[in-house]
Design a protein around this ligand. Structure first.
Ligand SMILES: [Zn+2]
Length: 86
C-alpha cells in the first residue's frame, strides 16, 4: 500500500523558529493503515517532521497545494507521480 496520509505540523513546534513549518504546515505521512484509522495520531512525516494526521484530508489533493511541505512533495512525487505534475 503506497498511499500517503496527510499530517498537519503540530503548533507546539512552530515556536522553535522553524518558519517554513508555518507556511507549509501540511506533510505527507506514509500510510501503513487507512488514513481514517490514523486520524489524530502523531506520526513522522516523510521529511522527518512530527505531524498529527488529519484523516479527512487527502495528500493527492493537499500535496498539490501551496501549503504543502516542499520536501514531502518531492519525496512523494518521486515515489508516486502525481497526475498534476508539471
Ligand atoms: Zn514535510
Amino acid at each position: 500500500m503506497d498511499t500517503y496520509a496527510v499530517g498537519f505540523a503540530r503548533p507546539d513546534r512552530w515556536s522553535h523558529g522553524h518558519q517554513p513549518e508555518q507556511t507549509h504546515p501540511w506533510h505527507a505521512v506514509e500510510a501503513h493503515r487507512p488514513s481514517s484509522e490514523l486520524d489524530g495520531e502523531v506520526e513522522l512525516a516523510v521529511c522527518g517532521a512530527i505531524v498529527q494526521v488529519w484523516g479527512s484530508q487527502r495528500w493527492e489533493r493537499v500535496g498539490s497545494g501551496r501549503t504543502a511541505c516542499p520536501e514531502c512533495r518531492r519525496v512523494t512525487a518521486a515515489a508516486k507521480p502525481l497526475t498534476s505534475a508539471r
